[in-house]
Design a protein around this ligand. Structure first.
Ligand SMILES: [Zn+2]
Length: 206
C-alpha cells in the first residue's frame, strides 16, 4: 500500500496536481452542502480525499479518484465523452431532492438524456475496472468483494436514481447492508444489467 501511495502521489505531483488529504470525515460541496468522500478536479487540478475515517475505507476512495486522474492523463474516450454529460446532469439534479418521495421524470423535463447517463456510467465503469486492476496488481489489502458491490451499487445510482428519478439517492443507501448484499461481488456488471433491475431493487431508490 505505501509503495503504491508514494508512486501515485509522485505521479500526481509531476503533473502539477495538488493532493489534499483532509482529516475530516467527508468533503463538503460549498455550493450545495453535499457530502462526499473524494474528488479529482481536472480544472482545479486537485485530488482530495477525506481521511478522517479508517484507512481501509478512504484508501479505495483515493484509488478511485487517482483512476480518474489516470483517465484524464490518458485522455480516454470514456473520460472525454463524459465531461459535458456530467455537467448537464449536475445542472439538472438538485441534492435537495435526495431521499424520499421521488416521482419519475421523463423526456425533456429531465434536462439530460439517457446518452448522458450512459456516458457518465461508462466513464465510472472504466475507473472502477482500473481500481480493481490496481488492487490486484499491488495486492492492496481491502475487502475486494465489498468494493465491487459498492461499485455496482454506484452504477445503479445512475441507472435508477439519476436516470429514472432525476435525483441523487439518499446517502444512507450506501450503508444499507440489505441493498449492498443484493449487488454482485465478483465483477463490475455490463451496462445493460443496470437497466434491467427488478422492482425489489428499484424500490430502494424511492
Ligand atoms: Zn468516480
Amino acid at each position: 500500500m505505501e509503495s503504491f501511495l508514494v508512486c501515485s502521489i509522485g505521479r500526481l505531483l509531476r503533473k502539477n496536481i495538488s493532493v489534499v488529504f483532509s482529516g475530516k470525515k467527508f468533503l463538503v460541496d460549498p455550493e450545495n452542502g453535499a457530502k462526499y468522500g473524494g474528488e479529482f478536479d481536472e480544472f482545479d487540478k486537485t485530488l482530495k480525499v477525506a481521511t478522517g475515517i479508517p484507512v481501509h475505507k478512504w484508501f479505495p476512495v483515493y484509488i478511485h479518484e487517482y483512476c480518474h486522474f489516470l483517465q484524464f492523463s490518458a485522455k480516454t474516450k470514456a473520460w472525454l465523452n463524459s465531461s459535458e454529460s456530467l455537467q448537464r446532469i449536475f445542472e439538472n439534479i438538485s441534492v435537495k431532492t435526495q431521499g424520499r418521495g421521488h416521482t419519475e421524470t421523463k423526456g425533456s423535463k429531465r434536462g439530460f438524456t439517457k446518452k448522458d447517463v450512459l456516458n457518465v456510467m461508462r466513464m465510472e465503469m472504466e475507473a472502477e475496472r482500473l481500481v480493481l486492476k490496481i488492487i490486484d496488481e499491488h495486492k492492496i489489502e481491502t475487502d475486494r468483494d465489498k468494493y465491487v458491490k459498492g461499485a455496482n451499487a454506484y452504477m445503479l445510482y445512475y441507472s435508477i436514481s439519476v436516470y429514472k428519478f432525476s435525483a441523487w439517492p439518499a446517502k444512507s443507501l450506501y450503508r444499507n447492508e440489505k441493498f449492498l448484499n443484493m449487488m454482485p461481488s465478483k465483477k463490475i456488471m455490463p451496462i445493460t444489467w443496470f437497466f434491467e433491475q427488478p422492482d425489489q431493487v428499484k424500490k430502494f431508490f424511492l
